[in-house]
Design a protein around this ligand. Structure first.
Ligand code: ZN
Length: 167
């Protein structure tokens, strides 16, 4: 296991559309990447991590929302197949934009489909923090950051704050 370097704002890989993955069940190299992504995520106290955040432009996310009975899982090629009409605002941060956060509005309930590491298709009906986390991580696979979901005014405020603490 290894802690991987997390790419931060300005890195080109965060803005690229990541490639679909052809999932080979129990592929050792992929299993190692998933383990490393979990270790990296826990080390940074995150609840989700997308492969582009560790410099790998592939459609893979790991998630562990520390709530109720939510278990950690890895998902390939995840996509939102249904989104509820109701929207909800919630606080979001991002391991690639450390130490800043903002209220982001997103659908409160989503259905996500993807492929698990064994190659099985899975369907997740999510609300609350899990729904938010899944949408945030899937955005990463399309080169979208939570900043892009804010009004220009709010985005500039967050960017100013971020740059100030970075310098
Ligand atoms: Zn993020």
């Amino acid at each position: 296991m290894a802690i991987l370097k997390i790419e931060t704002l300005g890195s080109e890989v965060l803005r690229r559309r990541a490639d679909e993955v052809e999932v080979v069940a129990d592929d050792p190299e992929t299993a190692r990447l998933i383990e490393d992504m979990f270790e990296t995520m826990y080390d940074a106290h995150g609840i989700g991590l997308a492969a582009p955040q560790v410099g790998i432009s592939r459609r893979l996310i790991v998630v562990h929302v520390n709530e109720e009975d939510e278990k950690p899982f890895a998902l390939f090629n995840p996509r939102v197949v249904e989104a509820g009409k109701a929207k909800e605002k919630g606080e979001e941060g991002c391991l690639s934009i450390p130490n800043v956060s903002a209220l982001v509005e997103r659908p409160a309930e989503v259905v996500v489909e993807g492929v698990d590491p064994k190659g099985n298709t899975v369907r997740i009906e999510a609300d609350g923090m899990l729904a938010r986390c899944l949408q945030h991580e899937i955005d990463h696979l399309d080169g979208i950051l939570f900043l892009d979901r804010l009004s220009p005014l709010k985005r500039n405020m967050i960017l100013k704050k971020y740059r100030k603490q970075e310098s």
